[in-house]
Design a protein around this ligand. Structure first.
Ligand code: 13P
Ligand code: SF4
Length: 299
């Protein structure tokens, strides 16, 4: 079986396989560790293996490489990008910073290494509120690229940020009407959405959580049915970990095509051919690492 071959190759290569919660079920099942962006970044700092094979999108593999400059980090398909991460460039961020001298620049981890290199700190949806609460209220903040996560945290903390108009095309497809329809179909079931959703969707939901937060919620909740508004790859893990509970997607068609580019076939090929290696120029890597380390230092 392909998954046996992958496990054998991983052992031979002294490789650890990390997979995001949105990956195909069979990729999650063969991985050593599955998690959200924050959990995967933390895991990448603990890895003893010589090689990390990262099944996710490019910025996640890049973050693992920045945290482990001396290790080999492979991504099975290097074209697995995140459209939101590409919505702001380092040049655009530098121009914005020039218009707001004195502002601190914060990026969502869904950003390029070049953008992280321009930032004081980065956040994930799993720690954004904790990290952003550390800034004094009078501090001006630039937040890129996700207007929705930025708007969500600003609202929670009663602050106002200079927001970049980036968004996730997958989460943009979730509507408040779809949430209302899910409530009609599954009365009483708590509705969890990702903070990348638009404001009216976030307001229509019961909880706004990272994918790791959704996994924890489902484990700890006594609710027999749960509705989730995020990429459908997470259903595999939620159903596997909660066999007695009914987990419903808000919409079956919420697919991130880039996450689906990770397959058992290209994962096997990546271990056989040791490809495709993630490379980050040294100077960019060192500057981006400061922003990631600052985030990871927040408990
Ligand atoms: P999480 O950090 O919640 O896993 O989110 C990553 C992501 O890309 C959501 O679209
Ligand atoms: Fe990027 Fe959206 Fe895909 Fe997450 S779901 S990786 S934010 S495109």
């Amino acid at each position: 079986m392909l998954s046996d071959e992958i496990r054998r190759l991983a052992e031979e290569r002294r490789a650890v396989i990390l997979a995001h919660n949105y990956c195909r079920g069979e990729v999650q099942d063969v991985a050593d560790f599955t998690g959200d962006s924050l959990e995967l970044a933390r895991k990448a700092t603990e890895v003893e293996a010589d090689v990390i094979v990262f099944c996710g999108v490019y910025f996640m593999a890049e973050t693992a490489k920045i945290l482990n400059p001396s290790k080999t980090v492979l991504i099975p398909d290097p074209t697995a990008g995140c459209p939101m991460a590409d919505m702001v460039t380092a040049e655009q961020l530098r121009e914005l910073k020039a218009r707001h001298p004195g502002a601190k620049a914060v990026c969502y981890v869904n950003s390029t290494a070049e953008v992280k290199a321009e930032c004081d700190i980065c956040v994930t949806s799993g720690n954004a509120e904790r990290v952003m609460a550390l800034f004094p209220p009078e501090q001006e903040i630039i937040f890129v690229p996700d207007q929705h996560l930025g708007g969500h945290i600003a609202g929670m903390l009663g602050r106002s940020y200079v927001l970049w108009p980036g968004y996730c095309p997958t989460h943009a497809a979730i509507t408040a009407n779809a949430i209302a329809e899910a409530r009609r179909l599954h009365p009483g079931a708590p509705v969890l959405v990702h903070p990348e959703c638009a404001r009216d969707v976030r307001e229509a939901a019961d909880e706004r959580l990272s994918t790791g937060g959704m996994c924890r919620y489902a484990r700890e909740s006594s609710a027999p049915e749960i509705v989730v508004g995020t990429e459908v790859g997470i259903l595999h893990r939620l159903r596997k970990e909660n066999p007695g509970k009914l987990i419903h997607p808000v919409n079956e068609r919420l697919v991130c095509p880039n996450m689906k580019k990770n397959t058992l076939e290209n994962l096997r090929d990546s271990l056989v051919e040791m490809k495709t290696e993630v490379v980050v120029p040294e100077e960019t890597s060192a500057r981006a690492k400061r922003a990631i380390d600052a985030m990871l230092a927040v408990p």
